[in-house]
Design a protein around this ligand. Sequence first.
Ligand code: AMP
Length: 371
Amino acid sequence: MDFSHFGFDKDIEVSITSVGYTAPTPIQEQTIPSILAGRDLLGLAQTGTGKTAAFALPILQRLIGGTSCVPRALVLSPTRELAEQTHQTFVTLGKRGSFKSMSIFGGVSLSTQIKNYRKLMPEILVACPGRLLDLMGQGVVKLNSVEILVIDEADRMFDMGFLPSIKKIIVALPKTRQTLLFSATLPAEIAGLARQFQRDPVRVDVHASEPLATISHFVRPVSQADKYQALRTVLHGINQGQTLVFTRTKHRAKHLALQLTNEGFEATSLQGNLSQGQRDKAMSSFRSGKTSIMVATDIAARGIDITQISHVINFDIPDTPEAYTHRIGRTGRMLRKGVALTFVTPEDRQVLKSIERFMGAPIPLVGAKAV
Ligand code: AMP
């Protein structure tokens, strides 16, 4: 199947070709026709599957014609990084159609954001819930013209405590609208959100709990005291690609990145204690390949799309199987091969068991040299 099958407007088709997509991914094949037909949709899919374009393309198509200068499509995102990335997808795919998109998130000057918003008057808003509520409270953003709502990474937003904010935002939207909800997993609260705010949604399930077929994952038994040494050995053995290292806490991420830098590795860290400017700097230096190692907390576990990430190392095992899926999903993107390695101490045995149950198979053991 190719994209011509969907009957997109010429401008959108040209944009698809110019970004180099030749065939739709499975989630795009399964969601685009229903979204174009105006149906509500509940999509169970990991990032890395082409999920963003799966909603961005039909939204752009549906926005053709009609009023501009008022928000007509609203995407709610859990993190600033994902909001920015999604906004960029709209910009790239909507460039020829002159669509205006803007991302809205906290940690940047409110007054500058208001000025930019008033100047641009975008029809597409990609927003983190907290800052959007601020702008709504100040009467800057009015959502009474929204035709399509996307709740992206809904399970992640729930984990981050955004559910009450999301509900407040939804009640400010017109009742007649299209609601698309994407989530990697479907905890009861998200199923409840779908029941409360969607109308007869089409359900599309792209194997949310399985790792992507392009990822080989392993565990390496190690004591807490030997972790650093083991990490150094693994990193010395990687001579190509980008490596994302996950730690349990912000402090450990910062400390580990410093330790690595002091030893001559090109490492940066991404964690919630950084200012927006510092986060942007860390992301762009990792994205451009200037630094080959990023040490991060779970803030980077979802949504971050860097195709060159060849290795994910869980320096600390994640707390839940869902978090494991998201972390390892940062590699093996768009059919590139990826390796995920998890350090497991004797205290981690229980969590490892629950991850293996979730995955449906034991994760192979390796020594550092084999990675
Ligand atoms: P996502 O799951 O939305 O984070 O997308 C992951 C990556 O896949 C992004 O780099 C997209 O640009 C890319 N992508 C999305 N759809 C396609 C497609 N049909 N063909 C090739 N790459 C795609």
